[in-house]
Design a protein around this ligand. Sequence first.
Ligand code: ADP
Ligand code: GLC
Length: 494
Amino acid sequence: MTAPLRIAIAAAECAPFAKTGGLADVTAALGRALWQRGHDVRVFLPYYRRIAESGLATEPNGEAFTLEIGGREIRARLLHAALPNSKNASGFPLLVDLIDAPELFDREELYTEDPDESVRWTGFCRAIIEACQRQEWGPDIVHANDWHTGLLPMLLRRAFTWDRLFEGTRTLFSIHNLGYQGVFPADEVERMGLGEVRGQFHQERLSAGTVNLLETGLIHSHWLSTVSETYAREIQTEEHGMGLERVLAAREDHLVGIVNGVDYDEWCPSIDPHIPVNYGPGDLSGKRACRDRLLDEMNLAPDPTGPVFGIVSRMTGQKGFDLLPDILPVFLQSDDVRLVVLGSGDPDSERYFQWLRDSLPHKVGVYLGYKNDLAHRIEAGADIFLMPSRYEPCGLNQMYSLRYGTVPLVRATGGLADTVERWDPERREGTGFCFYEMTSEALHDTMRHALEVWKDREAWSILQARGMARDFSWDVQVQAYEDLYAAILAEHLG
Ligand code: ADP
Ligand code: GLC
């Protein structure tokens, strides 16, 4: 444990308050873990309409204030809400700082395509700085996450240099997904109230007519991190850099990969309140019951001789579901297997899974939408968890699956490559099934291989046991962040 630090974590998602994907899980778990290790942590999150409507208990934290952004006056205040299960050694929960600015965040969705989207996230970053100033709280580390907070390092290091409160502040910018960059027309810079620091944006890009908020974070943050070692390497290549590979490669010596942890209070079959029967590594009979109940819940035919495949995912190009149409219909018809899908997103994928369910109603169950308790029941009730991702910065579901004795079948990319070990039938080692080429054939071969291994019940038990024994808890990963924060501060003392 290093000396306690003042750490501000800024993110657009934090579970359970606002979640669309893994960013929410990571913000909550990292904040909680750092807090419980004695750091003075503040997690900043927008107070979205859905949080207000959830009836969450909040307390005002200080006076209301007005932000002036590009000539627009935006009223804001801070609210506190206790993060569940976050009590520290003194019995105090971590209080999340919710930025209540109705003009920006009282909207249907977390992310919008409204004309003032750039102003919403500028407002978020500005409100965080304002909150620190009002409370005279100078963070040692500002840990910004993804493009929504990409302006924070630049604002702190180039615009608010006059404020000695931030003199010792160092910034870490974490990339959770390079696929979302926050790109806006260059003339938004004035609307965002950033005309005076125009020179701090990537000048070539600006001349070409855009600003890129993720890139701005990459350029100005003292250090950069991403959520697995493999992804940290991949993003410096043309194949995975999404146009930012040169900027990233130029910062190679200030870029690290730290695999996400798992919150085992939330994702552990022996205590999970969302699953019908709890179970653990010693006795998997409960898993069998979870499987029966899942098939029943999804109106599928019971007792298949083959495995139940599960998918829980945002449906976007990233997740590789375009590999499925070529192989799934025949695969599902020719074997006594089931498929359970939970997800939402791109309409083509949604339509495809609906069609598949309508074609094979006894074998395929689909829930289109977001449903946390069902996600837990799929983790518990499925035998194989499918993640054919095109790219995957870290991925959490494969790690959840391992703990639930559900064998992950993944494409070996990013964090999937770092957390799933390929099953070696000779040595009987490994924790899952991996394929490498982004082709339907490669996926199909691996699914067929999994069916073969499934028939060898002893091998399957070993595979499950090995996965369940893997430990990705935050207790381990948080140490890596503590070490990184300490290294960042040490580097910049001189
Ligand atoms: P990503 O962040 O790219 O979406 P991750 O694997 O890191 O991928 O995290 C996804 C998280 O979101 C997991 O906690 C998963 O259970 C959850 N999730 C995704 N889609 C849904 C859904 N439709 N309903 C419930 N939970 C979901
Ligand atoms: C992103 C990535 C995912 C990662 C998550 C949390 O949404 O797509 O791979 O696990 O962020 O870091």
